[in-house]
Design a protein around this ligand. Structure first.
Ligand code: KIV
Length: 284
């Protein structure tokens, strides 16, 4: 059965943790879907981990739609959420609804995520009114990296912590279906998770959230960029991939690959005829 926004709400009610991972391509999304991951996030982090940009601000709607479609094709059970990229909703609430609609219609997503709290409540309200579930991403908002001057833990002092709580309450009031909390102190995230009735999904926000998300290249040690304290490596796949690529190069150079097992045979009479026609006449 396909997971929906109701599955996430039910998980919170049942006090079962929600599992979410980022996904950007068909093959990986299929492996995650078959592994029972509840929810696949086509995050704009694809700008960094798939496209090699320094931040997420260069990601376009076309990038998001392209990757979202691939993930949606693989997600037989998992719920698919796709990020609204930088400048696709900041310009107006109209643009927010229009671009959220594109992610649903063209990207085949089941929900959209946008970065913003109190300042984006009108956007959240209008997207929700268009029957599109919205996940509000608060705390550290990577699309604001230029204004923030870097990726830092948010909500450590009183004013900042209070603002994040108010953001959470405001987006819930505006109709957000869930909240993503990034890089906030664990106790603050736990308090927010208790205060709101919608599910919270944390990254760098401690165990008190209703669910967790990680960028899959981080959890598999595949990404060479900066790693955060909150990332856990679940398997050294990056190293294993490098070793496999090295082994392939060595075997090709030493003519160990392809071996006879990897070759296709041809009838000897056919080959003799071809040789006599081309090789021998060419020699002569
Ligand atoms: O774009 C992304 O990958 C995110 C992370 C918080 C998971 O939003």
């Amino acid at each position: 059965m396909k997971n929906t926004i109701l599955t996430l709400q039910q998980r919170k009610l049942n006090q079962e943790k929600i599992t979410m991972l980022t996904a950007y391509d068909y093959t990986t999304a299929r492996l995650m879907d078959e592994s029972g991951v509840d929810c696949l996030l086509v995050g704009d982090s694809l700008g960094m981990v798939m496209l090699g940009y320094q931040s997420t601000v260069s990601v376009t709607m076309e990038d998001m739609i392209h990757h979202s479609k691939a993930v949606a094709r693989a997600a037989k059970t998992a719920f698919v959420v796709t990020d609204l990229p930088f400048m696709s909703y900041h310009t107006s609430a109209y643009d927010a609804v229009y671009n959220a609609g594109r992610l649903i219609q063209e990207g085949q997503a089941q929900a959209v995520k946008l970065e913003g709290g109190q300042a984006f409540c009108e956007h959240i309200q209008l997207i929700t009114q268009a029957s599109i579930p919205v996940i509000a991403h608060i705390g550290l908002m990577p699309q604001s990296v230029l204004a923030l001057g870097g990726y830092k833990v948010q909500g450590k002092d009183y004013n900042d912590a209070k603002k994040i709580v108010l953001d959470a309450l405001a987006v819930e009031q505006a109709g957000a279906a869930a909240i993503l909390l990034e890089c906030v102190p664990a106790e603050l995230a736990k308090l927010i998770s208790e205060l709101v009735s919608i599910p919270t999904i944390g990254i760098g926000a401690g165990v008190g959230c209703d669910g967790q998300v990680l960028v899959y290249q981080d959890m598999l040690s595949m990404y060479a960029g900066v790693s955060s304290k909150f990332v856990k490596s679940f398997a050294p796949i990056g190293e294993q991939m490098k070793q496999a690529f090295k082994d392939y190069c060595a075997e090709v150079k030493q003519q160990q690959f392809p071996s006879a097992n990897h070759e296709f045979a041809i009838d000897s009479d056919v080959m003799a005829k071809i040789k006599s026609e081309f090789f021998i006449s060419h020699q002569g």
